[in-house]
Structure formats: C-alpha cells, structure tokens
Design a protein around this ligand. Sequence first.
Ligand code: SF4
Length: 602
Amino acid sequence: MFYDLSKHKARVWEYGGEMARKFIGGRGFAAKILWDMVPRGADPLGPENKLVFAAGPLTGLPGPSTGKLVIAAKSPLTGGYGDGNVGSVAAVQMRRAGFDAVVVEGASKKPVYLLVEKGKAEVFDAEDLWGLDTFEAERRLKEKHGKTAGVLLIGPAGENLVNYAVVASQEGRAGGRPGMGAVMGSKKLKAVVFVGDKEPEVADPEGLRKLASEAREDIKSKPMYNFWIRQGTMAAVQWSQENSVLPTKNFSEGIFEGASAVDGYAMEKIKTHQRGCPFCNMPCGNVVEDAEGNPAELDYENVALLGPNLLIGDLKKIAVLNRMLDKLGLDTIGAGNSVGFAMEAKEKGLLKEGPEWGDYEAVKELLVDIAYKRGDLGRLLSKGVKRASEEIGGSADLYAVHVKGLEVTGYDCHAAPAMALAYGTSPIGAHHKDAWIISWEVKTDRLAYTREKVEKLIWMQRIRGGIFESMVSCRLPWIELGFELEWYPKLFKAATGVSMTIDDMFEVADRIYTLIRAYWVREYGGWSREYDRPPRKWFEIPLSKGPYSGAKLDPEKYEEMLSWYYEARGWDERGVPRKSTLGKLGLGDVAAELEKITPLKE
Ligand code: SF4
C-alpha cells in the first residue's frame, strides 16, 4: 500500500508473482521500489524520497523469530541506499492489517501519524505528539489504539532531521541506522500505527504450524541455547576483548582494561528480565536497571560503542546512555562512534570543544545536543562523522571511522582484513549485519588476505543480507545457535506454496545486491573503488594495545581482495555491475538505465 502524505491519499498496489519470485520481500522489495520509484538525485529529506516498511513472506507467521520488518529509503547520511530491520509487533500487525509493505511518499505540512487498520489507511493530526520522546508518544498512541497496536515512530532526533536518527518501537527496539528516522521526520510523520485482525494467508497452514513447532523445539535443543538466553549478544564483549576487536578509544586500542565490568557476566548480575521480538523463543533483549533506576535494554553494539569506545566502564551508566538514545530515537552505534570521533579530534587539537575520554556527564549532555542539533558541536556531530570530518578539515578524516558515511559498528578491523572487506562492501555502509565474518576469521589465518575469505564473505552476504533480509526473519537462530539453513526453504514453501532451493535463494540474493549496487552507482554518478574502502584509520594508525598492537591493514592486499570480490560478484574493476551480470540476473532494464550514467563493461 502506498500512502501519499502530500495528497493524503492511499492507493493499494497489487504486486505480481514476478516481483515475489525475483525479490522475495523485505529488502528485496524495498530495493526494487526505491530503484523504480525514487528519481535519481532525489533529496533524501524531500518529498520525492519514499519510506518503505516491508515485511517478508515469513513475517508474522509462526516460524522462529519472524516478528521483523525492513525499513528503507534513500539515506540522508550516505546519499545511497539505506535500510535496517526492526523487531516489533508492528511487523506482525502490518500483515494482519492486510499489507506486505507500506510505502510512505510525499510529505505532510504539519505533524501527523498514519493509522493502517484492517485494510485501510488514514492520517491523524500529531501536533500533540511532536516533540515527545519515543516512549511517551508510543504510550499515548497505544492508549488510543489499543495495547496490541504495533507502533513505529520517531523521537526528537528524527523530528530534527539528525542524519542517523532511527525508527523506534517498544521502548528499546530500533532500526534504520542510515537515517531512516530523519526521512520519517522530513515527512512530518511522527508514527505509523498498525492494527490488524486477520491472519496473513498461508499456503499450508497445518504444515507451517507443524514445522514451526518442530523448529522451535530444535532451537531450544541447541547446546548454546541456555547461555544465549542468559547473555544474548552481550557475550560478544568478552569475545571481542579476547580477540582484540573491541572498539576502544574510538577504534584505537582493540582491548579495554575495564572490559570485565561491562561484559555479559557483569550484565547478568544486574539483569532484571528479558524482552524480545514477537515469535521469538530465544529473546535477546537483556533489561537491566540503569544508574538512574530505570529499566534499560543492553546489547553488544550499544555497550561497545557507548562504553569502551568512549572509555566509559560502568555498565549502569552505559545503560542510561542507551535508554536516553532509545527515547531520543538516535542510533546508538552512530552516536557512540560520533562522540568517540569528537573526543579524539579534541585530543588531537582539531576541535576546541568536546568531552574528555570517559566523561560520562559530558557525553550525556552532548547526546542531547546532537538530537536537538544544539550548539556548534551538537550541530556538527548530528551530520555524522564523515561530514563532520570534512567540515573540520585537515587530518580529521583519519579519525572518522565510517564507510560511505555510515559509522562502523562494534568490530575493530586493524587485524581482521575480511571483516574490513565486509564493512567495505556492505550494501548500506559500515554495518556487520550482512556478514559477520570476523567470528570465523579470527579462527583462521587471521591476518591473511585470501580468496577463501572473499568466497566466505559472499556466502555470508547471500545468507544474511539476502535470505534473512528478504524473508524478513531474524538471522540470529542460524548464527548464534546453529539452527540449520535448510529449515528456511521448508518454511518458505509452507508459507507461500513456492518451492525454492537455497541456491535459488542465493540467486535472489545476488540480484538484490547487484540492484542495490546499481542504485548507489546511479546516485553517485558512477563508481570508484575508494567508496568500498574501510576507514583510513585502520590502514594508517596501528592498533596501539594488546596482542595485536602494531597491526594495521595493508592497502595493496586489501585492493587485491576487493578485486577478487568484484570478480566473484560479476562487477567490473571499478565496482560497477557488468552488463552480462545484470542480464543474467534479469536486470536488463537496470542495465539500460545505468548506461545513461556510466559505460558498462560486458
Ligand atoms: S533473537 Fe533477538 S533480535 Fe532476533 S528475533 Fe529474537 S529477540 Fe529479536
């Protein structure tokens, strides 16, 4: 369903079987819609941009961990394709309301929220919600539309068009790191509320119920299940510390002296309860009481970026920062990375103001300044580290840890070349969600630059960024517990009636990746290999602590791996998809349009 906020008009769009076969759903649908319907050069924060909320064929069905949807748009942070996924009742309710995707276009003149209810959509005034934090605004919307309503919304950061504002839900769930919250704010859309009353159609309901119940049992029987339930992603703090990849002091050190005070075991001591996404029987939202006595959810990423990366070693204080950011609707990773950048830039004399390392109170203040674009530093950092470093000039970009403008997540890659390549080639900028190859890499010939690593990376991107993001099902059962991939074609068949092998799904994944690459090429007016390069810091400033002290990436060897990557993907040496690749993937129309931008190689 499309809703035009400029005209206050809804139109239902029945997509055909070909769209479903070629793109499956979720990220696949989002990429196709943005490619087809957002004109080249559109202002990410203008009415021409479209904000896509897309479920997949497994979303909201009783499969394991299926309560998720993808949020996508042209990104104000990177100027390219942006997306993220969020686990929320909203995903389930969107499908129960009768829609696989809701696309918001145009822009309202005044604050509104969109109600998608039982096959219909309507806009309501949101003047009284504008300015509220995400917790309070969601509470009020649920008071009005019922406790079971699914709500996706923005906080002050999205309203103020901060480049890394996210879309939030359920007091701790958030998605859309590349500024999807700012896109929503630019449309003056405070929230989308979903209310449904009918189950999504399923090809084989009995078969799906049986499979889902077996799958859930299988998940519970996995050896790592109990430990996962105890610590969730927080176990990664200790793992990152042991492997010298914990972002510390703005990705300078790789290990943090106070790591044991902020790891999964420390979290267990203050954990009060657990939350999770709908349809998940391995919930990973660890709720603790923060330093101000409030419940706050912790996960590895927010702890790594708001803790060790800023030299803050108190878990309860980190929880305060995380809760604040959830309420403000600001990406915890982007925020932690940006503040770390400011701390280092100040230390190096490139900025006059900014917090000192470990200064929790100053960080708290600065985060609010960023969300409201207040003060010189708040305004500067609200743009993200890439633009902030460009404005500062001089050597500032040495300390800006990003790819394509999106801040790097929780893994230092001075001594992890394949993970550096994963960040370099991720389709949204530096995010690990498409390929968390580092867990495998540290167990192999870690410092080597090999074709095997490139092949493994593409295999992971096909699964994580392709299958899971288009089915829209959480990847964590597969990654963390070893829940076998072979379940997914079976679940997909029961849900849709369509038989697809893993190889068929890999082909869809390749199509999605190539289409997204085409999107970037179109927006950037061509392509250069430098856009796929990880942060300068990892090449030029060696890791300064721990067993890998002195390690840095080798630029020539990285380029060699990048060439192997392009070759395997069927892209040319610039990183532009070849005409033959586009043809093979059924993207001939894309080739025709790309040729207007840059000559395509065969
Ligand atoms: S494992 Fe965590 S992120 Fe995945 S669906 Fe469950 S609660 Fe959500």
